[in-house]
Design a protein around this ligand. Structure first.
Ligand SMILES: Cc1cc2nc3c(=O)[nH]c(=O)nc-3n(C[C@H](O)[C@H](O)[C@H](O)COP(=O)(O)OP(=O)(O)OC[C@H]3O[C@@H](n4cnc5c(N)ncnc54)[C@H](O)[C@@H]3O)c2cc1C
Length: 428
């Protein structure tokens, strides 16, 4: 039986290992936690979501929604677990992070074709095809080995994670439930601010103490996860057009509108924990408590997790990988997950699945699909100055007709992409 090594039981590695094992491959899955911990992970579970609990938009007329639907059509384990552990989140697919990761862990550990090896990988000297899915927080020694394998085409940038508070510590004489523009069932908790409260919060936020950044490390942020204080420094009004945007969030009873609104999203199935949406931060923990408690309704908030920030490791995929996400100069190695520079949870899952398909069927996904446009983007050698935040794989669905209306365009893309996926799977 064919054997494959998978390094990292995160989002990409878990999906990849599962697909391979289901297609009859023997998988050795290396995961270092809990023996060696990463700064962003909090558990020893596989497929842990390190920041937001949202897998983003559910709608199919949206690139990330389409990607999720394709994954479902391809029997993705992680999508199955997400659908089974989802929590209310308006137009998004959000999950109970603990149940989600627990389900993935149990499925993987009980698969007869998967052997889990609880060790940190430090050297890349396997004699079997090897999938490197060690994520943005790849340990130093492994990162060095990857560098030896890939040469200097190796980079890093920064990421941040949002704090989580208990629902019972929120003051509901000020906070209220509502979803923007009334979409969904009003699942978000909203903490409104008037102009004076916003001004005070804003000034404390931009002047709060942050964890010092090491000088040798470049300051590039993952756009979807930029620290709130960093965004605030871009201008006094920036937050009012970003995470503190008040539009569509009037009070459902009083119909009052506000200068700014902080939203909190449900974080666990029981609905006892909520995360501060868009509040990824690099502030020192004591400062987070002081500054975020200035938000009306959060004066007595109990923080079960503080926001954190980390270095992110990724390779220069367009120059190193082919569209099977395989190392061009050493076909024994494949890369999946954020280490490829792909952005976001769903993209990590998609690259994990794509690599498994490359190994199983020796085929890459057609560009007309969302998965194919992502993998083709990652291996597009015409891309110069590659940075993860540049990825917009929706652009790669080729328009045969010129459709101006964005919604209609995605309607068209969606039909074409899903049909292509179905035909692709039939052809395997
Ligand atoms: C702080 C932070 C916040 C983020 N927030 C979001 C967000 O809100 N939304 C979003 O869509 N995306 C977010 N991302 C981006 C990205 O989608 C996630 O990081 C995602 O988890 C990447 O999946 P992955 O499988 O590549 O890596 P991971 O899920 O991190 O999995 C990698 C696994 O490899 C293991 N590992 C690492 N090194 C070794 C080694 N040497 N030996 C053995 N095992 C090893 C790790 O323990 C881990 O389990 C964030 C990233 C970070 C770092």
């Amino acid at each position: 039986m064919n054997k494959v090594i998978v390094i990292g039981a995160g989002l990409a590695g878990s999906e990849c290992a599962w697909q391979l094992a289901n297609h009859g491959f023997k998988v050795e899955l290396y995961e270092m936690r809990p023996k060696v911990n990463s700064l962003a992970h909090h558990t020893d579970l596989f497929g842990e979501l390190v920041c937001s609990n949202s897998l983003r938009a559910a709608s199919l007329t949206n690139a990330v929604g389409l990607l999720k639907e394709e994954l479902r059509l391809l029997n993705s384990l992680l999508m199955e677990c997400a659908d089974q552990t989802k929590v209310p989140a308006g137009g998004a697919l959000a999950v109970d992070r603990h149940l989600f990761a627990k389900m993935i862990t149990e499925k993987i550990k009980n698969h007869p074709n998967i052997t889990v090896i609880n060790e940190e990988v430090t050297d890349l000297n396997f004699s079997y095809p090897t999938v490197i899915a060690s994520g943005p927080l790849t340990t130093g020694k492994l990162a060095e080995s990857i560098k030896s394998l890939t040469g200097d085409e190796y980079l890093y940038f920064y990421d941040a994670a949002a704090p989580i508070v208990t629902k019972e510590s929120i003051d509901f004489s000020k906070a209220y439930f509502a979803s923007r523009y009334g979409k969904g069932d009003g699942e978000y908790i909203n903490c409104p601010m008037n102009e004076e409260q916003y001004q005070r919060f804003y000034h404390e936020l931009i002047n709060a103490e942050v964890v010092p950044i090491k000088e040798f490390e470049k300051e590039i942020y993952f756009e979807g996860c930029m620290p709130i204080e960093e965004m605030a420094r871009r201008g006094e009004k920036t937050l009012l057009f970003g995470p503190l945007k008040p539009v569509g969030l009037e009070h459902p009873e009083t119909k009052e509108t506000y200068h700014a609104v902080v939203q909190l999203r449900q974080d666990n199935k029981e609905g006892t924990l909520y995360n501060l949406v868009g509040f990824q931060t690099h502030l020192k923990w004591g400062e987070q408590k002081r500054v975020f408690r200035l938000i009306p309704g959060l004066e007595k908030a109990e923080f079960v997790r503080y926001g954190v920030m980390h270095r992110n490791t990724y390779i220069n995929s367009p120059s190193l990988l082919n569209n099977k996400l395989q190392l061009k100069h050493n076909p024994n190695y494949y890369f999946a997950g954020q280490i490829t520079g792909s952005e976001g949870y769903v993209e990590a899952i998609a690259t994990g699945l794509a690599v498994a398909y490359s190994i199983i069927f020796d085929k890459s996904f057609p560009r007309e699909t969302a998965i194919g446009s992502l993998t083709n983007y990652l291996s597009d050698s015409s891309i110069k100055n590659f940075q993860p935040m540049n990825i917009n794989f929706g652009l790669f669905l080729p328009p045969e007709k010129k459709i101006k209306d964005k919604k209609q365009k995605y309607e068209y893309y969606k039909d074409r992409a899903l049909e292509t996926i179905i035909n692709f799977t039939k052809s395997l």
